[in-house]
Design a protein around this ligand. Sequence first.
Ligand SMILES: [Zn+2]
Length: 276
Amino acid sequence: MPEGDTIFRAARTLQRALAGRAVTRFESVFPRLSRIDDDTPIRGRTVDRVEARGKHLLIWLSGDLVLRTHMRMHGSWHVYRPGERWMRPHRDMRIVLETREIHAVAFNVPVAEFETAASLARTPALRALGPDLLDDELVPAEAVQRIAERGEMDIADALLDQSALAGIGNIFKSEVLFAGRVNPFLKVRDVSRHDIERLVTIAAKFLRANVADGASGGIATYSGLRRTTGRSDPGARLWVYGRGGKPCRRCGTPVSRMKQGPHARSTYWCARCQPP
Ligand SMILES: [Zn+2]
């Protein structure tokens, strides 16, 4: 699942490429989208703005129409110049939104809906979202409170719960817990308020570092915090995620890995740095 920072970067790229421009062509494999395009054409509308909300990407068009997409596990938006070769096969194309200068293509996006401002406000998936870690007006106390209310959950699963706080995916889950020295399998009720606050602060810091202008692709927490060369070695970007059996970067203990939670997501941690 893409992390919140990935969606945020996609939204920012699309915002820069599309905002203020008129749509010259629209195409979609989703019948629901095509039907609305037939009834009230997308072509000729202006892209007002593009924003990320949790893991939803919203493209606001003139005339009170919002294209809402959700990436789930494998969806992505690409930006191309006209005539440029796509990086993904045509069969993966779900939506094409073209302006004169830029073609935006959504690949393998499983969720796509046209909304109005009013229907968007009623969308359960958006209403249920917790505070967004990348929101400039984030109120950390609210995120902390929502996590604390999930006393019976493992802390790792609570961090993934988008209705508690929006933005953390499976990679950041392990990274944030390692940086905060909190064992992933602790029940939330056994984690101190102070530690929950620290985890929220660390998560916001990691996500923001990864959306900073100039942040390279992929996700970084380890070298990403002290990126000096502008290069990021894929093997040296993360503290624990994907490093099962390799030595902990702090203490040398082999990094542990286990499936966790209702969706059996991989969790990585250091048994010594993050004792139960
Ligand atoms: Zn360690």
